[in-house]
Design a protein around this ligand. Structure first.
Ligand SMILES: [Zn+2]
Length: 86
């Protein structure tokens, strides 16, 4: 099995890319992979919705939240989600 570096992003990578995505700074291939992951990942769908609401409320992207608190929330959400699926 080869490493799937050019395929699905991991949720951790999603967290790192979300601010670039929401600011339209991702290249087309990156944005496509990002959206592909979101389409199949409930945790990231929820995370991006929360980010959008936060941005709407603050008027900007809370970069510190993305790197620390939000990442922890996302990983918690993802753990819950994967445990209910298995
Ligand atoms: Zn995900």
């Amino acid at each position: 099995m080869s490493p799937r570096t050019n395929q699905m992003l991991t949720c951790r990578e999603m967290v790192e890319l979300v601010s670039d995505y929401l600011e339209g700074r991702l290249d087309d291939p990156d944005r496509e992979r990002f959206e592909e992951h979101v389409a199949e990942c409930d945790a990231c769908t929820l995370y991006i919705e929360q980010m959008r609401m936060t941005i709407a409320a603050l008027g900007h992207i809370p970069t510190e939240t993305v790197s620390a608190e939000a990442e922890r929330e996302l990983l918690d959400a993802f753990r819950d989600w994967s445990s209910t699926r298995s």
